[in-house]
Write a protein that binds this ligand. Structure first.
Ligand SMILES: *Cc1c(COP(=O)(O)O)cnc(C)c1O
Length: 385
């Protein structure tokens, strides 16, 4: 007979957003202000966000998925074009490319960092390649030096999928400055800074920022704020087909409080990650995260890999679950999902396949106590083979 789960009343989740009373108050203030959708709070959040990451401009959007799509559209990418991206990513990375009519071409990853392997990217460049969409994997900066050199050599647009990378640093600069033409962030609750749903594009190109601002709002020639504050009647025009990808002022109000908290959130994550690093050092069947010297990780997720001597992943995850600990499988491999099964570039991605098959994401969230973490660590040790 298998023993009963040790803890049934308590469940340690894999992730949990951190929202405090200040976010609640900011929401109420926004609601009472009379301006609910994109307005002054969105503009202020953009200014503060740009200042935080060190970019000239920030454009708030409804999600990172719409941000990625709009970044590609604003770069002129469309049917017949190819965009190189990793398969090891959340499916939105490839979907954003597919929405434009372009084809995602999947490059393989570096098995240590889980980030795009620049050599694999370069091998896939064809006359149709227009852009590289580089993901900062679960927050760890991609090899931007090598990727931007390739982009420059082949005249490609470099866009950063920085969905998970708020607060991460590359050569002592925050992700989002950006190194490519644009970086796209997510504020989904699974990320470190959340507004419920939301996204942001950062860029140093003022014309591009203007274009993104127009396109997110039906390509309207005048903003709501400009019309509202006009002393003479003002009539807008719509000179192209735009979208409704607006963030609301309610979300921006939450975002500004979260941005204030971000330093503390990052510090706690790095502290807990370092505790995992140390406590898991003596487990030969487990590979801990590798952080290149010039990178500062934000540990949006703490992912380990099972070596060949490890217990089977599903058995381990089930065993952990029975002890009240949630884990998740590795970052997904997009080429294995139905819409991308026919994509030729997905047929030879050995490192991606290996990581997707052997990765496990361990619980890590702001409110996680040291005692909770010790329990996760102790439980992992009981699976020693
Ligand atoms: C979460 C995520 C997205 C999508 O972000 P949303 O804001 O939920 O649209 C895109 N890319 C990556 C790498 C992500 O982790």
């Amino acid at each position: 007979m298998s023993s009963a789960p040790a803890i049934t009343s308590k469940m340690i989740p894999v992730a949990r957003p951190y929202i405090g009373s200040e976010e609640e108050q900011a929401t109420i203030d926004a609601l009472r202000s009379g301006w609910i959708t994109q307005g002054p709070r969105v503009a202020e959040f953009e200014t503060r966000f740009a200042k935080y990451v060190g970019s000239s401009h920030a454009v708030a959007l409804s999600s990172c998925t719409t941000a990625l799509y709009l970044a590609l559209v604003a770069s002129g990418i469309g049917p017949g074009d190819e965009v190189i991206c990793p398969s090891l990513s959340f499916i939105a990375t490839a979907n954003a490319i597919t929405y434009t009519g372009a084809t995602p071409i999947f490059a393989d990853i570096d098995p240590d960092t889980y980030n795009l392997d620049p050599a694999s990217v370069e091998m896939l460049i064809s006359p149709r390649t227009r852009a590289i969409l580089a993901v900062h994997q679960i927050g760890l900066p991609a090899d931007l030096d090598a990727l931007s050199a390739i982009a420059e050599r082949y005249s490609l647009v470099l866009i950063e999928d920085a969905a998970c990378a708020i607060g991460s640093e590359y050569h002592d600069e925050r992700i989002g400055r950006p190194r490519g033409s644009m970086a796209c962030f997510s504020f989904h609750p699974r990320k470190i800074l959340t507004t419920g749903e939301g996204g942001m594009i950062t860029t140093n190109d003022g014309e591009l920022a203007d274009k993104l601002r127009r396109l997110r709002q039906h390509a309207m020639s005048l903003s709501d704020v400009a019309r509202h504050s006009a002393t003479r009647i003002a009539t807008e025009t719509y000179d192209e087909i735009g979208f409704n990808f607006r963030m609301t002022d309610i979300q921006a109000a939450i975002g500004m409080v979260q941005l204030e908290r971000l330093g503390i959130l990052l510090e706690r994550r790095r502290y807990l990650a370092a505790r995992y690093d140390q406590a898991l050092e003596d487990m030969p069947w487990l590979q801990r995260p590798h952080v290149p010297e010039h990178c500062l990780h934000n540990y949006q997720s703490y992912m380990v890999r099972l070596r060949s001597s490890a217990p089977a992943r599903d058995a381990l995850m089930q065993g952990m679950l029975e002890k009240g600990i949630s884990t998740r499988r590795a970052v997904m491999a997009i080429h294995r999902e139905r819409p991308y099964l026919e994509n030729e570039s997905g047929k030879h991605l050995p490192h991606t396949d290996r990581v997707a098959d052997t990765g496990i994401i361990l619980p890590l969230f702001h409110q996680m106590s040291e005692a909770d973490q010790d329990y996760v660590i102790e439980t992992l040790h009981t699976f020693t083979i």
